[in-house]
Structures are given as structure tokens and as C-alpha cells.
Design a protein around this ligand. Structure first.
Ligand SMILES: Cc1cc2nc3c(=O)[nH]c(=O)nc-3n(C[C@H](O)[C@H](O)[C@H](O)COP(=O)(O)OP(=O)(O)OC[C@H]3O[C@@H](n4cnc5c(N)ncnc54)[C@H](O)[C@@H]3O)c2cc1C
Length: 320
């Protein structure tokens, strides 16, 4: 069968999905459709506007030392979509991390607010069934969602695939992370080391300055991450109650003059453990079903990119 005629659907618009799509597009004339359950692009690359400023509330900065041979990383550098301060090895996107996804996904067919519920196999093709009652017909599919979400989709699907790795995949877990977006009256320069400051043994585990990363033109916009323990214990609480619990720690950091402009909860933020056999996984060759995401590597930006490229390479080499 001519691979160039195939339609590949990619679940997710995060980094691993983006680099899957870019790598396949650079080598095959496949019809690629990307979809995401979210309203925005980029998955855990996430930026939110509040008042006149902006917050990165997902990934903060990243290491590109292992990615310098990836052409699109060079383009991001050349186009100044990513940069670092004072030759530091900590890269970020001035204007916000979602800019990376928006830039790289230009020209792709991306369907937002498409939550995949299940896949059915009909006459040698897949029908993807979405929560919004839409459907997509495709030949192949690559799932880049956090692993529990990928497993839920597979379990709800009427398809045959190699499930020999299911036991190990089911054991993969992520820490949750509650994020608070704070506008402070005071400039907290002591928390500007390395673009942010880590705390240990506290409910707050990290505070980062969005002005320092040029994400926010409005000054004193801080992103506050809660510790995995606090986030797990209070994940289902309403934001007002979480914010009350953190008042003492927030006051000790920002003084009395702070205002919480927004909150976000990541159920799956950073993996607690990893799939160690390979940087991605093929569970069906024909019609292809592949899995990728940061849990196949190191739970970080660079690892998500590598996992996306890994599943793309397997797709390109697959004998259909
Ligand atoms: C708070 C926080 C801080 C972080 N800090 C850093 C950092 O400083 N440095 C660093 O390197 N990394 C950091 N990370 C990790 C980094 O963000 C991730 O490693 C990387 O973005 C993961 O990319 P991914 O493509 O694997 O997954 P994701 O970005 O999670 O993409 C998966 C996509 O799948 C979509 N999806 C899920 N289910 C469905 C469905 N049923 N149907 C359709 N779409 C679906 C999701 O909406 C999402 O867009 C941080 C993450 C968080 C949350």
C-alpha cells in the first residue's frame, strides 16, 4: 500500500505530538490530522493572560543541549521564538511557552476541543469517536496523551492491538500540580535565581518570575507551583479553599500585597516513573497505532521532543 496516501491522526497537540507531526511531514506525504481536547495548543506548554500580563503555568524553562541537531529547534532559535538570559542553558519562550506550539503547528490541520473517547475499527480504517459527537476516519493513529488518558481511550475502544506492555504502562504515574498565578505589589528579586526559586519541605515548591522570562510585560507576575504532596492531598478542593490554605506561605513570600489572579490544576504534571524499554511504543503495525509522550523518556521538554521523533521514525520505517 502507498504510505503517502494514508491519513494519520495524532491525539494531542503537546510537544511530543508536534515533533511526531513535523518529523513525519518532513519525510512522507501523509495526510496528518492533529486534534486536542483542550481549547489551546501545546498541552503542558501553557500560557494564560490575566489583566494586562501573562503567566506561564505549565513548563517553565528547558534544556536544549540534546536537541541542537533537531532542525526545528534551530528554527525556533533563529526566529527568536526561544531564547535564554545571559547565555544560560535554561531556555524559554519570551511571550509565553504556548508560542512554541503556535509557531510549530502553523500549516497543520489542528482540531481543538476534540476529546477522543474511543476508537473503532471498520473495514481496515479507524473511526475516532469524540466527546463533541464528531468523528474522524483515518488509517493510523498516534496517541500522545498522558498515559492514564491513553489507556482509558484504548480500554474504551473496539480494536485489536498488542497489549503485552499494558501491565507496565498501567503502572506509570504522574504527580499532580496545583498552580497559582500571583500579582504582587512587591518585586521579589530574591526569587529570580535561575528564573525561579525552589523551596523544599513547604506546600509551595517553586516561584517563578514571568517578567524575567519576558512572558509578561506587566511586572511582578509570579507563577507559584505547589508541592506534589500538597497538590495530591488538596487536588479536589475548590481554588478558594486551596488559596486560603496557602495564605501563610504566600504572605511570607510576597508580603501582604499580593493578589491571586488565576489558578490551574494539572492532574498529570511530571511523571513519577518512566517507561524504560524504548522512547516510544508501537502497539499495532498495520493499521499503525503508536504511543509517545514524556513518560517514555525523562518527563521534560527535551524528552517529549525525543519521544515524538522516536515514534515518527518508527512510523516512517513501518512496512504498511
Ligand atoms: C507545572 C509544570 C511544570 C513543568 N516544568 C517543566 C520545566 O520547567 N522544564 C521541563 O523541561 N518540563 C517541565 N514540565 C514538563 C513538560 O511540560 C512536559 O514534559 C511536556 O510538555 C510534555 O509534552 P507531551 O507531548 O508528552 O504531553 P502534553 O503536553 O501533556 O500533551 C498531551 C496532549 O494530549 C491532550 N489529550 C489528553 N487526552 C486527550 C484526549 N482524550 N483527546 C484529545 N487530546 C487529549 C492534552 O490536552 C495535551 O494537549 C512541566 C510540566 C508541568 C505541568
Amino acid at each position: 500500500m502507498n504510505v503517502s496516501k494514508r491519513t494519520l491522526a495524532i491525539a494531542g497537540s503537546g510537544l511530543s505530538a508536534i515533533f511526531t507531526a513535523l518529523t513525519i511531514k518532513s519525510q512522507l506525504d501523509t495526510n496528518i490530522v492533529i486534534f486536542d481536547k483542550a481549547r489551546g495548543l501545546g498541552g503542558r506548554l501553557a500560557t494564560r493572560r490575566a489583566e494586562n500580563g501573562k503567566f506561564d503555568h505549565g513548563a517553565q524553562y528547558f534544556d536544549i543541549s540534546t536537541l541542537l541537531d533537531v532542525p526545528e529547534i534551530q528554527i525556533l532559535l533563529d526566529e527568536k521564538i526561544i531564547s535564554s538570559n545571559n547565555n544560560s542553558d535554561k531556555f524559554f519562550s519570551p511571550g509565553g511557552m504556548t508560542n512554541i506550539a503556535k509557531f510549530l503547528l502553523k500549516g497543520f490541520d489542528v482540531k481543538k476541543e476534540h476529546k477522543l473517547l474511543s476508537i473503532s475499527e471498520i473495514g481496515g480504517e479507524y473511526s475516532l469517536n469524540f466527546e463533541n459527537a464528531q468523528s474522524i476516519i483515518c488509517d493510523d493513529i498516534i496517541l500522545s496523551c498522558p498515559m492514564p488518558q491513553t489507556i482509558e481511550i484504548l480500554r474504551n475502544s473496539k480494536i485489536e492491538y498488542d497489549d503485552s506492555e499494558m501491565d507496565s504502562l498501567t503502572k506509570l504515574e504522574y504527580d499532580p500540580c496545583i498552580v497559582i498565578m500571583v500579582k504582587s505589589k512587591n518585586k521579589i528579586s530574591e526569587y529570580n535565581k535561575e528564573l525561579g526559586n525552589m523551596f523544599t519541605d513547604q506546600d509551595i515548591s517553586w516561584v517563578g518570575d514571568n517578567t524575567l522570562k519576558k512572558v509578561s510585560v506587566e511586572e511582578n507576575f509570579y507563577t507559584v507551583q505547589c508541592s506534589p504532596e500538597f497538590s495530591f492531598k488538596h487536588f479536589d478542593l475548590e481554588y478558594d479553599k486551596t488559596n486560603d490554605l496557602l495564605e501563610k506561605e504566600l504572605t511570607s513570600i510576597f508580603g501582604k500585597g499580593y493578589e491571586i489572579l488565576s489558578n490551574h490544576k494539572w492532574r498529570y504534571s511530571i511523571p513519577k516513573n518512566y517507561y524504560s524499554n524504548s522512547e516510544s511504543l508501537v502497539i499495532k503495525n498495520n493499521n499503525f497505532i503508536g504511543l509517545c509522550g514524556d513518560i517514555f523518556t525523562n518527563g521534560k521538554f527535551d524528552g517529549a521532543v525525543r519521544s515524538g521523533i522516536s515514534i515518527a521514525d518508527k512510523y516512517i520505517k513501518n512496512e504498511f
